[in-house]
Design a binder for this molecule. Structure first.
Ligand SMILES: [Zn+2]
Length: 260
C-alpha cells in the first residue's frame, strides 16, 4: 500500500477522535475583538500548540506585542533536502453576536445534516486542525514527506500586527518553499473553489511563494531556497501528498460551517 493510502486509512479510522478534537477547539470562545475573551484566546493558542507538540512538532507561543494575542509557531525540519511547507491559520474568531440568532449556542458545536455548527468551525479552526491531524497520521507512518512550519495567529479577525511583526523580525528563519493559507471554506467538500476567490489568497499551495496576500498583504515570507529543476517534480509531489492528506481530512471530517 502506498504511504499516502496508509496515512489516509489511519485518518479514516480515527475520524471520531478528530471530530472530538475539533469540538474541543471550537468550544474555546477565542474572540479576539473582545477584551473579556483575552484569556480564552491564550487558551486556544495553548491548545493548538499542545496539539502540534503531540503531533511531533516543536511548538511555542510567542507574545509579540503587549496588547496582542500570542502567535503559535511550530516547526519540524526533519527531512533534509525536502521542501519546506509553511501553513498559515488563525485561532481567533469573530464575536458571535447576535447570539439569539443561533439555533444552537455558538460555542457548543453541534452537527446538523452532516455539518458542524459553531463559531470558528469554518473560519478557521477546522482548516488548520486538519493540517495538524495530517501531521499526526504522517508521523505514525514514517514521518511527513516535507519539512513543516506552522504560523497560527490570534489576530486575523481584528487585523492585528503580531504576526506581521513576528514575520518581519524573523524573516531569515522563516524561509519556505511553499505556503498554504489554510483559511478558506471547506464547505461542500470543495476547498478548491476557494481558488477563485478574487481578493484573498486561500487554501492554495504556492511554489516559491514569497507573499501571502492575506489581509493587507501582511504575511511576508523570506525568499525560498533555490532548487534545481531536476528535483522540482519530486519536491512538488512530496508537498502534494501532504496537502492531499490535510484537505481530505478537512473535507471528510470537518464539514464545518461557521454560520447559524
Ligand atoms: Zn479566516
Amino acid at each position: 500500500m502506498r504511504m499516502l493510502d496508509q496515512v489516509l486509512e489511519r485518518a479514516r479510522g480515527r475520524r471520531a477522535e478528530a471530530e472530538a478534537a475539533l469540538f474541543e477547539l471550537i468550544s474555546i470562545p477565542s474572540v479576539s475583538a473582545l477584551p473579556d475573551h483575552r484569556d480564552d484566546c491564550r487558551r486556544a493558542a495553548g491548545w493548538v500548540a499542545a496539539r502540534l507538540r503531540a503531533a511531533g512538532m516543536e511548538a511555542r507561543l510567542v507574545d509579540v506585542r503587549e496588547d496582542g494575542h500570542p502567535v503559535v509557531v511550530a516547526e519540524w525540519l526533519g527531512r533534509p533536502g525536502a521542501p519546506t511547507l509553511t501553513i498559515y491559520g488563525h485561532y481567533d474568531v469573530q464575536p458571535p453576536d447576535p447570539v439569539e440568532e443561533w439555533r444552537t449556542p455558538p460555542f457548543e458545536p453541534t452537527v446538523r445534516d452532516g455539518f458542524v455548527y459553531g463559531r470558528g468551525a469554518d473560519d478557521n479552526k477546522a482548516q488548520h486542525l486538519a493540517s495538524i491531524l495530517a501531521i499526526e497520521h504522517w508521523f505514525a507512518n514514517g514521518g511527513p514527506p516535507v519539512n513543516l512550519r506552522f504560523l497560527i495567529e490570534g489576530e486575523e479577525e481584528v487585523g492585528g500586527r503580531s504576526l506581521p511583526d513576528y514575520v518581519q523580525a524573523n524573516a531569515a528563519d522563516l524561509a519556505a518553499d511553499y505556503l498554504i493559507v489554510a483559511d478558506g471554506s471547506l464547505r461542500n467538500g470543495r476547498p478548491h473553489r476557494a481558488r477563485r476567490s478574487s481578493d484573498r489568497v486561500r487554501t492554495q499551495v504556492y511554489h516559491r511563494t514569497l507573499l501571502a496576500c492575506h489581509r493587507n498583504s501582511s504575511l511576508t515570507l523570506a525568499p525560498s531556497r533555490a532548487s534545481g529543476a531536476r528535483c522540482a517534480r519530486q519536491r512538488r509531489l512530496s508537498v502534494s501528498a501532504f496537502v492531499c492528506t490535510a484537505l481530505r481530512i478537512g473535507t471528510r471530517f470537518c464539514r464545518a460551517q461557521a454560520t447559524r
